[in-house]
Design a protein around this ligand. Structure first.
Ligand code: ATP
Length: 349
C-alpha cells in the first residue's frame, strides 16, 4: 500500500491543457473518487498516475518514490479501464492469474487467490471459459478480478462498472466497498455515477475543465459545495438554480417575494435549493407552482413543478395525492438555501 501525491501536475495536448496544476495527496489505503463532466480530465489524471501518460510538468509520488520517469510496469499499480482488454486466447482463470504468474508467485497461492477473487465477483462458474464466451458485464468483472488479484500498491479504476446492468452494478459496488475495507489498497476511482461517488469515496475530487474545483468528503461536497458547478453536479435530481433579486429583506422571483433576513449584500444571485428542501406547505406557502411531471419511485415521488416559467425539481412523499396540472403551495427551507455570485459562481451563502 502507498500514498499517492500529485504536485502541480499539468498535461498539455498541443496548446490546450487537459489537466492543469492538479495537486492532492491521498493517504495510504484511502478510496478517492474523481468526478466531473465529460472531458474534464479524469482519465488523464488516472493515466498519468498509471504511467500511460506523461505529465508536461509537475511531480508524481507513489509512496516516497518520485515516479515521473518510472515506466508504467514498474509502478506497482493496477488499472481497470472502461474498455477492459482481456487476453482472448486465455481462459478466465488464466487471465486473472496472469499478473501473478509474471511475478513468479507460487502456483498454490495463485490458485487460492484466483478462487477468492472469482468468488467475490461471482464468476467462479466461468473460470474455464474464454473471454469471447462471456457477456460484456462478465468480461468487465474478469478485468476487475485480474486487477484485484495482483494486490498492487495502488488500484486505479476508470468507470469499471459502467458496462454492468443496474442490479449487478449495485451488487459489485457493494462488493468493491467491502473488498476495499478488507484489503485497504489505496484506490482512485473515476465515475460519472453519483451513487458510486457518494457511497464509495473517502474523499471526492470534483473537476471541471481540467482544474480541481473542490476536494472533500461526500457529505462536505453535498452540504457545502464551494461553487455553482460543484453544487449542481452532485445530487440527483440536481439542485434547483433560480435567478433571484435579494432586496435586503426578501428574495424576488419574478412576481413572487420570499421574506428572508440574511446578512447578504442586496443584489442579483442564483439561489440554489435541493429538491428535498422545497416543502409542500398549505399553511404557509411562499408561492404556487404547477405540476408538470410526476415520477413515482416507490420510496418517494419526484415532481417537476413550473414556477414563473422555470422548472423546479421537488421530492415528495409517496402518499401525496397529486396529478399533472395541480397547483402546489410551496415553501423553501431557508436554512438550506445556497446563494451563488452570478458571474463567478462562487458560493456566498
Ligand atoms: P470522459 O468522462 O468523457 O471520459 P474525462 O474527464 O476522462 O472524460 P479526459 O479523457 O481526461 O476527460 O480528457 C480531458 C481533455 O483532454 C479532453 O478535452 C480531451 O479531448 C483531451 N485529450 C485527452 N487525451 C488526448 C489526446 N491524446 N490528444 C489530445 N487531446 C486529448
Amino acid at each position: 500500500m502507498a500514498t499517492v501525491q500529485l504536485d502541480g501536475i499539468t498535461r498539455r495536448f498541443s496548446k490546450s491543457a487537459a489537466i492543469e496544476d492538479i495537486s492532492f495527496k491521498i493517504p495510504d489505503g484511502e478510496f478517492w473518487v474523481l468526478v466531473g463532466p465529460s472531458g474534464c480530465g479524469k482519465s488523464t489524471i488516472l493515466r498519468t498516475i498509471a504511467g500511460l501518460e506523461t505529465a508536461t510538468s509537475g511531480n508524481l509520488y507513489i509512496g516516497d518514490r518520485l515516479v515521473n520517469q518510472v515506466p508504467a510496469r514498474q509502478r506497482d499499480v493496477s488499472m481497470v479501464f472502461q474498455n477492459y482488454a482481456l487476453y482472448p486466447h486465455m481462459s478466465v482463470a488464466e487471465n486473472i492469474a496472469f499478473g501473478l504468474k509474471m511475478r513468479q508467485v507460487e502456483a498454490s497461492t495463485i490458485q487460492a487467490r484466483v478462487e477468492t477473487v472469482a468468488r467475490i465477483l461471482e464468476i467462479s462458474h466461468l473460470l474455464d471459459r474464454k473471454p469471447r464466451q462471456l457477456s460484456g458485464g462478465q468480461q468487465q468483472r474478469v478485468a476487475l478480478g485480474r486487477a484485484i488479484a495482483r494486490q498492487p500498491q495502488v488500484f486505479l479504476l476508470d468507470e469499471p462498472l459502467s458496462n454492468l446492468d443496474a442490479q449487478l452494478r449495485d451488487g459489485t459496488r457493494t462488493e468493491l466497498k467491502q473488498l476495499h475495507q478488507q484489503v485497504g489498497i489505496t484506490t482512485i476511482y473515476v465515475t460519472h455515477d453519483q451513487v458510486e461517488a457518494m457511497t464509495l469515496a473517502d474523499q471526492i475530487v470534483v473537476l471541471d475543465r481540467g482544474r480541481i474545483q473542490q476536494i472533500g468528503t461526500p457529505q462536505q461536497i453535498y452540504d457545502r459545495p464551494v461553487n455553482r458547478m460543484v453544487a449542481t453536479f452532485l445530487g440527483s435530481p440536481p439542485m434547483n438554480l433560480i435567478p433571484v433579486t435579494f432586496t435586503g429583506a426578501e428574495f424576488r422571483i419574478g412576481n413572487h417575494a420570499i421574506p428572508a433576513s440574511l446578512n447578504v449584500v442586496p443584489g442579483q444571485y442564483d439561489l440554489g435549493i435541493r429538491p428535498e428542501h422545497i416543502v409542500i406547505d398549505a399553511e404557509n406557502p411562499y408561492c404556487f407552482g404547477t405540476v408538470s411531471v410526476i415520477e413515482p419511485l416507490g420510496r418517494e415521488i419526484l415532481l417537476r413543478v413550473m414556477l414563473e416559467g422555470r422548472a423546479l425539481n421537488l421530492q415528495a412523499s409517496p402518499e401525496l395525492d397529486v396529478k399533472v396540472g395541480d397547483r402546489l403551495p410551496l415553501r423553501f427551507d431557508l436554512d438550506r438555501i445556497f446563494l451563488f455570485e452570478l458571474a463567478s459562481g462562487s458560493r456566498i451563502l
